[in-house]
Design a protein around this ligand. Structure first.
Ligand SMILES: Nc1ncnc2c1ncn2[C@@H]1O[C@H](COP(=O)(O)OP(=O)(O)OP(=O)(O)O)[C@@H](O)[C@H]1O
Ligand SMILES: O=P(O)(O)OC[C@H]1O[C@H](OP(=O)(O)OP(=O)(O)O)[C@H](O)[C@@H]1O
Ligand SMILES: [Mg+2]
Length: 280
């Protein structure tokens, strides 16, 4: 059985479980379940603290896991990213009280609070910045006002937590993170290729829609330039020989722009439909 670590709580948990369900795996119904065996797919899911997932995978006790890139790098273990999962996007950034800092060079000799001390220490060491790292479990934004730190390094998603604390980011983002599938380099247990292909299928089904339209045969080349598809659009004859039907996958975000352009070109009966599952 393939042994897969899944976040049991926090920002990653629900989206990870949803993605695995869409990929055709059984998932737990009760949040107290710690392990779930999917007999049909030969996979065992272990529900663990997001922070611990890289530790289990790095130690080799579990084959793969879904976690955040920031958590993977913070754990400093022997595990690698296998696939970006397209959810839980965030940045990891320095922040301080409004107007106090503008550049990371100002951090030398300061106290920096964070929940990601491994990640932060690595970043500071690479840049030769000597500062004191104060490891906190959460609510890091309060640390400056409460006097245990001078600045912070924390996860920023919308920025509203920082604003509420009277703080602002400065310097370039330390890291751009999102949920990722992790494993060990060179370790390819049975079933891992199927898991990866299924997850890639979910990503495709989320990112693309199927577009169908009718167009005069002499305009097919111009229409195909608008909707090139992944490899090449499917062209089918219509009963009226002067027209053809075209079918192509298009990026969901481009759908309306493409429909407008196709309509202006002369295409009609332009329809889009969702893709529920895919293997590309
Ligand atoms: N708004 C967000 N807050 C925290 N983490 C986020 C956010 N958006 C995405 N993430 C990602 O979620 C992961 C952290 O998940 P984790 O469950 O450890 O923390 P959490 O969501 O803050 O939960 P908690 O603090 O309640 O334990 C990281 O990979 C982080 O980048
Ligand atoms: O930019 P935003 O959209 O405001 O999101 C970022 C905030 O969300 C997380 O905190 P969480 O709610 O998980 O609390 P914690 O700090 O106690 O973990 C994170 O640590 C930031 O504080
Ligand atoms: Mg948190």
């Amino acid at each position: 059985m393939l042994r897969v670590a899944v976040p049991n709580k926090g920002s990653l948990s629900e989206a990870a479980t949803t993605m695995l369900t869409e990929a055709g795996y059984r998932q737990r119904r009760d949040n107290r379940e710690l392990v779930l065996t999917d007999q049909e797919n030969h996979v065992e899911f272990f529900y663990l603290r997001p922070r611990d997932i890289a530790v289990y995978v790095g130690a080799g006790t579990l084959d793969v896991g879904l976690t955040g890139r920031d958590l993977l790098l913070d754990a400093r273990v022997d595990a690698v990213e296998l696939l970006e999962l397209g959810f839980a996007a965030s940045t990891f950034r320095f922040a301080g009280p409004l107007g106090r800092y503008s550049d990371i060079d100002q951090l030398a000799g300061r106290r920096l609070a964070t929940s990601y001390d491994g990640l932060l220490r690595g970043y500071l060491a690479e840049r030769g910045i000597e500062a004191t790292v104060v490891r906190l479990d959460g609510a890091v934004e309060s640390s400056v006002r409460l006097g245990v730190a001078d600045a912070i390094a924390d996860v920023v998603e919308t920025g509203s937590t920082l604003r509420a604390a009277g703080m602002e980011t400065f310097g370039e983002p330390i890291l751009r993170s999102e949920a990722v599938l992790i494993g060990r380099d060179g370790h390819e247990p049975e079933g891992i290729d199927v898991l990866i292909r299924r997850l890639q299928g979910v990503l495709v089904a989320r990112r693309y829609v199927m577009m169908d339209y009718d167009i005069r045969a002499d305009l097919v080349d111009a229409a195909s330039a608008i909707t090139p598809g992944l490899e090449s659009p499917t062209i089918s004859p219509l009963r009226d020989g002067e027209w053809v039907a075209v079918r192509a996958m298009v990026l969901r975000t481009q759908t309306n722009r493409m429909m407008d352009e196709l309509y202006a070109l002369g295409a009609r009966a332009i329809l889009t439909s969702a893709i529920h599952a895919a293997r590309i």
